[in-house]
Write a protein that binds this ligand. Structure first.
Ligand code: ADQ
Length: 744
């Protein structure tokens, strides 16, 4: 509309100016014509009575003068007539304009001296008149008196006003016509073709290009459309070729690589878009607290670590909460941007949440309710009705945002985690043709534990709208099947590992998540200079280095780790001054009281234990509490002789796998909690019960003293597992499973 106005407005202004000028000239012309006419008439009347008046003066006959002026009584527009003597006094005047006598008439002297007639517009009281005064002369050319003829001019103004009115109406009609015609022309020439082109693009985006016929358009727009068609055709052909080639390659390759996953996705999904949904976004724009500049960070999140490499390989769209304080500055009009920012590989669509929504849905229901419920680490889950309502509202908000992105047929949606248990049902209500998988990144508890959730029914029903639900380990799958079996009406098929509810079947499978494996990873690519710098800064020369890398979360067993180190140094004091434990800790969910308390507890513990064991400048614990980029973490993995993962309960734990991936020199030992999903695969790690501080402390000693040969053997075996069961295999297996479930 704004553009149409911009186009029409100058035309309208020109038309209005031209019309106004024309109107002014027309009025002037009419006015002059009218005045001429009036003058002529007045002159004729005055001259017609001049002779009679002359006799009146000569005979001094006042009566006939009065008769004469009254004879004008009935004449239309002619108001009347006045006869003046040679002193300028009125001798007789038409009754109806008798007031005229009172008017001051300075111009009479000029007429007497010039002896020539005068016609002019005059105003007096309510009168607006034309007065024509004719001097009456005798034979010797002496003035006998004057005759004045007075015409009413008010009707002239009425007539001119009427003329203005008509001109204005004509102008309005003209402007309206021009606007409508310009709008119709605009619409026909520009808007409709562009709208059709946009529609066509949308269909093309959604993969439905074959349905629509290209449309005929000539001129410049036609050329543009033709170019777009060529690009579309090229892309369509390229996609088909890629899909077919991909089929062939997928069959040949054994090890899962980026290329194999890309081929699989092309082969299985073809032209269908791949949509990933998670709460945490993979790239977050924030304002640097120190420099005040914008920067883009990759959040400390296992989900991000796992999914980002997959989308980098296969493209697609990732929909997530835009939680960075500068996020809004970096999106386009549809809240999207290409990521990674320096090398756009896929689209990130940010969904905005209000403070109340974030508080209720994320901090409240998801992280004070479901997170402790599923982790069973003795932190009591809190379920508030208000949080639940916000959780539902935000799930709906995400569902709407996803629905906007869905292609017209066969969409594949991959939902991440416990934040979106209701999403699948909401999407399926609008798009039953969508194939949806949900991956549950955290543990699933047993039915007794899950049964304390007041909203269990809705959550389970929401989840069972998915076609596929994935867990890291079989134990969590079993727990889930037990839970649905006990808590809602459904049938569990233990042969097929699926749940049937209201004729809808949901497959439940194990997909152990992983990292991108050292074959494709640049995790081993660390400069020696970087290592030296850290060694110097933290005084690590000649020290045995143990490492912990975590989000600060009570499930990660950071407290237990500190206690175990304390016990280790108590029990084996010969390691004082020789051993250093570095903890990289990213503050997380700090808005929640329990997390703030935990940060305080860790700070205090580090302080106490360092004070207790310190000798000279040596401190056993180096606590680096901040967010690190993946590039910053890499050298620490390289430096670490031991990596300690002591989660009290963890779906998988990717830190363990990242450490193994980075140890290409095979010189490292992993101490791993047996309550992590990773412990099922990484059986060559030193497995610990983090609650047993004594055993934990001994395990640290065991790790330090492990013979090099043994270390190499164990690390080699774990690296083979991580390399084979990498994140591309994880994604490949899920996509293969998902596409095999697709009904149409
Ligand atoms: P998380 O609980 O986030 O993930 P995890 O698997 O350990 O846990 O992944 C953490 C990621 O954050 C790792 O990639 C790590 O490098 C990174 N990270 C840790 N500390 C950091 C720091 N100080 N700065 C920056 N980055 C840091 C959830 C589940 C896990 C599951 C994953 C994936 O809780 O059990 O393994 O999802 O499914």
């Amino acid at each position: 509309m704004k553009h149409i106005l911009l186009f029409i407005l100058p035309i309208l202004i020109i038309v209005a100016i031209v019309f106004t000028i024309f109107g002014i000239f027309q009025i002037r012309f009419e006015e002059e014509k009218f005045m001429d006419d009036l003058k002529r008439k007045a002159k004729t009347v005055a001259e017609s009575i001049e002779l009679s008046v002359r006799h009146t003066f000569i005979d001094n006959d006042l009566k006939s003068a009065n008769r004469l002026v009254e004879s004008f009584q009935k004449r239309e527009r002619l108001q009347g007539c006045a006869i003046y003597n040679k002193d300028g006094q009125i001798l007789a005047i038409t009754e109806r304009i008798s007031d005229w006598k009172q008017k001051d008439k300075p111009y009479l002297n000029d007429i007497f001296s010039a002896k020539s007639p005068r016609g002019a517009l005059e105003k007096f009281k309510e009168y607006s008149v034309y007065s024509y005064i004719l001097p009456v002369l005798d034979d010797e050319n002496n003035i006998l008196g004057l005759v004045e003829v007075i015409y009413d001019t008010s009707y002239m103004f009425t007539m001119l006003t009427e003329l203005w009115r008509r001109i204005s109406i004509a102008l309005i009609v003209l402007i309206s016509l021009i606007t409508v015609i310009a709008f119709l022309i605009q619409r026909q020439i520009f808007i409709l073709p562009i709208r059709r082109l946009t529609e066509w693009f949308k269909y093309f985006q959604k993969g439905d290009i074959d349905k629509l016929r290209p449309f005929e358009e000539k001129g410049e727009l036609g050329k543009l459309i033709s170019e777009v068609e060529q690009v579309a055709l090229g892309l369509r052909v390229a996609r088909k070729v890629v899909t077919e080639e991909a089929y062939v390659r997928v069959q040949k390759e054994e090890i899962w690589t980026q290329a194999k996953l890309r081929d699989l996705i092309h082969a299985k999904l073809g032209e269908n878009a791949f949509l990933v949904v998670s709460n945490r976004e993979p790239y977050m724009h924030v304002i640097d607290e120190i420099t005040g500049m914008f920067k883009c960070i990759r959040p400390a999140s296992g989900v991000v670590t796992a999914i980002d490499p997959i989308l980098r390989v296969c493209g697609g769209t990732w929909i997530a909460h835009g939680s960075g304080d500068a996020d809004k500055k970096f999106v386009n009009s549809k809240n999207k941007l290409g990521v990674p920012p320096e090398d756009n590989r896929y689209i990130l669509k940010r969904v905005w949440l209000s403070k109340e929504e974030e508080e209720g849905y994320y901090y409240g229901f998801s992280n004070e309710g479901l997170w402790p419920l599923c982790h069973v680490t003795h932190t009591r889950p809190i379920f508030r009705e208000t949080d639940w309502q916000m959780y539902k509202k935000v799930n709906l908000k995400f569902a709407e945002s996803i629905l906007e992105e869905l292609p017209s047929k066969n969409p594949f949606i991959f939902i991440q985690d416990y934040h979106f248990t209701l999403l699948s049902k909401m999407i399926k209500e609008k798009r039953p043709d969508a194939t949806i998988a949900l991956f549950w990144h955290i543990p699933w508890p047993n039915p007794e534990v899950f049964a304390i959730c007041p909203y269990q029914q809705e959550i389970l029903e929401g989840m069972l709208a998915c076609d596929l639900i994935g867990f890291h380990v079989q134990f969590h799958c079993n727990n889930f099947l037990d839970t649905v079996n006990r808590l809602i009406e459904c049938r569990v098929d233990t042969e097929k590992f699926s749940v049937i509810r209201l004729n809808k079947e949901t497959s439940v499978r194990t997909f152990p998540i992983s990292v991108n494996g050292y074959i494709n990873s640049d995790i081993t690519n660390v400069q020696e200079a970087q290592l030296d710098k850290i060694r110097k800064e933290l005084k690590l020369e000649d020290k045995i280095i143990a490492l912990g890398v975590d989000r600060i979360d009570y499930t990660k067993g950071i407290i237990e780790r500190m206690l175990a180190i304390d016990r280790f140094l108590e029990k084996y004091p010969e390691y004082k001054n020789k051993f250093v434990f570095i903890q990289l800790a990213a503050p997380s969910r700090t808005h929640i009281k329990r997390y703030r308390e935990l940060m305080g507890e860790i700070d205090e513990l580090v302080e106490n234990k360092n004070w207790k064991h310190s000798e000279g400048s040596w401190r056993p614990i180096i606590y680096l509490k901040r967010h690190f980029s993946p590039e910053e973490i890499k050298p620490y993995y390289k430096l670490a002789d031991i990596c300690i993962v002591s989660s009290l309960h963890d779906g998988m734990n990717l830190v363990a796998k990242e450490y193994v991936s980075s140890k290409d020199d095979l010189n490292g030992v992993l101490v791993l909690s047996r309550f992590t999903g990773a412990s099922r695969e990484l059986t060559d790690a030193i497995q610990i019960n983090p609650y047993s501080i004594e055993e934990f402390a001994d395990s640290i000693k065991f790790a330090i003293e492990m013979p090099p040969q043994e270390k190499r053997k164990r690390m080699e075996s774990m690296r083979r597992i991580v390399s084979e069961n990498n994140v591309y295999r994880w994604a490949g297996n899920i996509i293969t499973e998902l596409t095999s479930l697709k009904k149409n």
